[in-house]
Design a protein around this ligand. Structure first.
Ligand code: ADP
Ligand code: MG
Length: 348
């Protein structure tokens, strides 16, 4: 280490990962894909590959136990890893769970956490096969690693999109972000006056989107039934704009995405308006929806047309055309890389 001091915020999360891993070149034939996608791909047999993905969740950074019940946290911690395996067009099969925990937590609290983990294991049909447990000086930390498998020929990398492909998103967007805004607001109200009960009536959908997100394992099944293999895929953890950027950058393409096509639930829109926010902006930049974003060849359009789970929101263009968001008035706005920057502010 030299005397030089570079602030983490100068690199940002993705810059830091690229910087730290730049001197690691995968040398083994069995390492099919290392750093740089939703999951790593390891050789298993001629036709099948093993997928591995890991995520770290820290109290105070990724979750707040004031409004996040431990059972939900356990469920969500599993779901976000399953989502990364889904994003490779694979099926998660095993997880390991590592926790660091301070003596602030009684056994009963950890039992709750594991109840959520168990529910998710049952729901996604995966086995808990190990982990590690250690003490922490403050707070709770959970790290989950998911192992899955996929047919090698059907793995969807971020790099595979082609010019003229259609850009498709599953479900609807912005709900998890609005759920978080609401929970944060009610937390502040509660802090000033603990006798006031949180006002969450009519907001069940967006609260659920934040507290109990689901990995879209169902979509992986639908795609198989429809005989559609996306040309590229990513899950939406940081926000639509950020994930579009990842696909465009990895596939060396540009993109046109249309504001009016982006699916937003009515509850999300109402909450956004209530907060003086533009619903489209929330859908574009809000994170944690864990929907899938993928590209398909135009020739596959008929197979997904009319499917209520999938919406075409744009198409891929030449890299020189740039990445554009076409607003309701038809004006093209160049998208800048957004998504949460963990090192810049108090955002997630
Ligand atoms: P996701 O949002 O899908 O979880 P990340 O942005 O966290 O993905 O990671 C992007 C890529 O960088 C992945 O391939 C991941 O395994 C890798 N990665 C992230 N952090 C590190 C690290 N500290 N060391 C090595 N690889 C990392
Ligand atoms: Mg991911």
């Amino acid at each position: 280490m030299s005397d030089q001091r570079t602030e983490l915020s100068r690199l940002g999360e993705f810059g830091l990962i690229a910087h730290l891993t730049k001197n690691f070149e995968s040398k083994l034939d069995s390492t099919v894909k290392g750093v740089g996608d939703d999951a790593a791909v390891i050789y298993h047999s001629e036709t099948e590959s093993t997928l591995i993905s890991t995520d770290l969740l820290l109290e105070g950074v990724h979750f707040n136990l004031m409004y996040m019940p431990l059972k939900h946290l356990g469920y969500k911690a599993v779901a976000v890893n399953v989502s990364d395996i889904c994003a490779m067009n694979g099926v998660a099969e095993q997880i390991t769970v590592s926790i660091a925990v301070s003596n602030r937590f009684p056994v009963e609290a950890l039992e709750e956490l594991y109840e959520g983990i168990k529910l998710a294991c049952e729901h996604y049909k995966i086995d808990l096969v190990g982990g590690d447990t250690t003490s922490s000086l403050s707070g709770l930390m959970i790290s989950i690693t998911a192992v899955g498998k996929a047919k090698t020929s059907e793995i969807t990398y971020r790099t595979g999109a082609k010019e003229h492909d259609l850009l498709v998103v599953t479900g609807d967007l912005g709900g998890a972000y609005m759920g978080l805004q609401l929970l944060e607001r009610e937390k502040e109200v509660f802090k000033t006056n603990p006798s006031i009960q949180p006002d969450l009536d009519g907001h069940d959908y967006i609260i659920q989107r934040q507290l109990k997100p689901e990995a879209r394992k169902d979509i992986i099944g639908f795609l198989k039934e429809l005989e559609v293999v996306p040309t590229s895929m990513i899950d939406i953890s940081d926000g639509l704009a950020s994930e579009i950027f990842h696909i465009c950058k990895a596939s060396n393409l540009g993109c046109h995405v249309y504001d009016e096509k982006i699916p937003i639930d009515a509850q999300t829109s109402l909450a956004a308006i209530d907060f003086n926010l533009d619903p489209g902006t929330c859908a574009l930049n809000g994170g944690e929806d864990y929907e899938l974003l993928f590209t398909i060849a135009q020739s596959d359009f008929d197979k997904i047309k009319g499917n209520p789970n999938m919406t075409v929101i744009g198409h891929m263009t030449d890299a020189n055309d740039g990445i554009y968001y076409i607003d309701k008035n038809g004006s093209a706005i160049e998208l800048s890389a957004q998504g949460w920057n963990h090192f810049n502010s108090d955002q997630e």
